[in-house]
Design a protein around this ligand. Structure first.
Ligand code: TYD
Length: 204
């Protein structure tokens, strides 16, 4: 049986997800494990075009949700499933939990609507492991303001970020079997130790 895993990375903006992705890549490379790193929205040619629209154009929350899932549908059929079938671990920088957090918690789309889209697009596919990079909202906003030019999602206000964080923590609580919450206020080396322990177990 293939040992390929589907791993997703989630978190509020500014929680350091990008920094830790490099470490996760080096973990898989050092163990000579076959993996690909991909991202949502995006991951395919069409998905990356949809990403450009999503990050730059104003639109209603339902349009935003539909485009997220349109990109996800391509991603699942053309990249995620084929790789898992070939024994290649897929690491995705965000997946459906982000739709519950941002379009659901953030923009007020009901979880039943998101669940319907999820069933349509995702069918029986579920991540084996989800790392949630968690950070108090005050800290994440401060980090974002200090670091880079913000995209449409990152420019939202304090309340929006707070709802996203709460939505993520709720989903994590409801799916304890696959979620690991990473306390992103810790030092980078402490976080790397935490990630190593979790990956050691899932890749065993
Ligand atoms: P991301 O690539 O994590 O941005 P960055 O690398 O700049 O942190 O994600 C892009 C944005 O898309 C992010 O703000 C969250 C948002 N997003 C949703 O709103 N819903 C979704 O389903 C996904 C996958 C992402």
């Amino acid at each position: 049986m293939s040992n390929a895993k589907f791993i997703t990375l989630e978190g509020v903006d500014g929680a350091g997800k990008s920094t830790h992705i490099d470490f996760i890549k080096s973990y898989f490379t050092s163990k000579s494990l076959d993996y690909i790193l991909t991202r949502e929205p995006g991951g395919t040619n069409l998905g990356e075009k949809i990403r450009e629209i999503l990050l730059n154009d104003e639109m209603s929350p339902i349009t935003e949700s539909l485009l997220m899932f349109a990109a996800r549908s391509e991603h699942i059929s053309n990249l995620i499933r084929p790789n898992l079938s070939n024994g290649v671990t897929v690491i995705s920088d965000r997946f459906t939990d982000a739709s519950y957090a941002y379009q659901g918690g953030g923009k007020g789309i009901s979880s039943s609507t998101i669940s319907q889209l999820k069933i349509l697009v995702q069918k029986d596919l579920e991540p084996d492991l989800t790392l949630l990079f968690d950070l108090p909202v005050e800290v994440s906003i401060e980090r974002l303001n200090n670091t880079r030019v913000l995209d449409r999602f990152e420019k939202q206000d304090y309340e929006f970020h707070k709802r996203i964080r709460e939505a993520y923590l709720n989903i994590a609580n409801e799916n304890k079997d696959r979620f690991h919450i990473i306390d992103s206020t810790k030092s980078i080396s402490d976080i790397q130790n935490d990630i190593t322990k979790i990956l050691d177990i899932i890749t065993k």
